[in-house]
Design a protein around this ligand. Structure first.
Ligand code: GCU
Length: 340
């Protein structure tokens, strides 16, 4: 992870030069089409491991025609930038959190709604429901890209330089959120000052005191090293925001039916791999954060946090009709699970 602006820009610049050089090479006697996938995590992150499984499967089946190159660590730019590259077809795929997709299709706002799913099991079962998710995956077609599958990015919780025991502790605190209007609203409802910025900027912003803290899953502490600069992690469980593997629509539509099937199978395999690694790595991350990085994990009264932001549900539904159907569908599943 780049820790200052200069090295971050240098890394992005190097990535773009690399992309230009590689694009140049592809035409010279190389008959295989190079497929480029960008993401913002490190090479040990479950998503990278999932994408390696994607690459392996596609190349095993279609290796004479395609070669897959994976660009981790925001090397081709922040999520927003990499989505634009995918939109124009400069690259073919990107893994991006749904918060970054809200500005392309407002149905994606649903995932920023706090306390939407009653449990991780409900969240996973909804996300794995392909028939339902199809509507959402295709919602960005007009923008020139489409989602192929999802990756688990866990439950988001607050972490900061000072402990957060109750919602009152957030009052006036500058907390980084993803660049999503709905997440900004959520932070305001919590009484904090939302500070939207890209993921790669968070470490330095906490270190330099530009913000007091952020909110994310436990891997942010270890894989992204935020636990070095923020020592208190509070389990308020406000959101479950998935990541999506999205692909350039023209590229996807240019595949033959058989190829498209292989890419879809590869996407499923990548999700299975990611989920297995996710479960392992989350346990490891808690252990490392607590025992090696000195992070204190705090159990809080979740209902006290929930109370602050629940009125947002109605407010968001009133403003955005596109999320109503999905919202009601999830509520039915929440209610059914509560009866069982
Ligand atoms: C998680 C998620 C990313 C997202 C990041 C963020 O790491 O997997 O897709 O970009 O959080 O908070 O920006």
């Amino acid at each position: 992870m780049a820790k200052n602006k200069f090295s971050k820009y240098a890394a992005v610049f190097a990535g773009l030069v690399l992309l230009t050089v590689l694009t140049g090479c592809a035409g010279q006697g190389e008959s295989r089409r190079i497929i480029r996938i960008a993401h913002g995590q490190s090479e040990t992150h479950p998503e990278h491991l999932g994408l390696l499984a994607f690459k392996e499967y596609v190349e095993e089946k279609l290796g004479d025609k395609y070669e897959i190159q994976i660009f981790p660590n925001e090397i081709l730019g922040s999520a927003q930038k990499a989505i634009e590259l995918t939109q124009t077809g400069a690259i073919d795929f990107v893994v991006a959190g749904t918060a970054n997709l809200e500005t392309f299709a407002d149905v994606y706002e649903i995932f920023s709604m706090p306390y939407l799913f009653d449990s991780p099991e409900i969240y996973e079962s909804v996300m794995n429901d392909k028939d339902y998710m199809k509507n959402i995956y295709e919602s960005t077609d007009e923008a020139g890209f489409e989602a192929l599958t999802w990756y688990n990015a866990g439950t988001r919780n607050f972490y900061a330089k000072k402990p957060i025991y109750a919602p009152e502790d957030l009052k006036g605190q500058k907390i980084r959120v993803q660049q999503s209007p709905a997440s900004v609203k959520m932070m305001q409802a919590f009484g904090a000052a939302a500070s939207p910025m890209s993921f790669g900027e968070v470490y330095t912003a906490i270190q330099q005191g530009v913000i007091e803290g952020a909110e994310n899953n436990e891997l942010a502490l270890t894989n992204n090293k935020h636990g070095e600069v923020a020592k208190y992690y509070s389990y308020d469980q406000h959101q479950m925001v998935p990541d999506m593997l999205i692909g350039n629509l023209k590229f996807l539509e240019g595949l033959t039916e058989e190829e498209r099937k292989i890419f879809e199978e590869a996407a499923d395999i990548s999700t299975q791999t990611e989920q297995e690694k996710w479960a392992e790595q989350i346990e490891e991350a808690k252990n490392i954060a607590e025992n090696q990085m000195g992070v204190e994990f705090i159990e809080v009264d979740v209902d006290a946090f929930k109370e602050k932001v629940l009125p947002l549900h109605e407010e968001m539904l009133e403003k955005n009709e596109d999320i109503r159907d999905f919202y009601e569908y999830i509520q039915e599943i929440n209610e059914k699970a509560a009866e069982d």
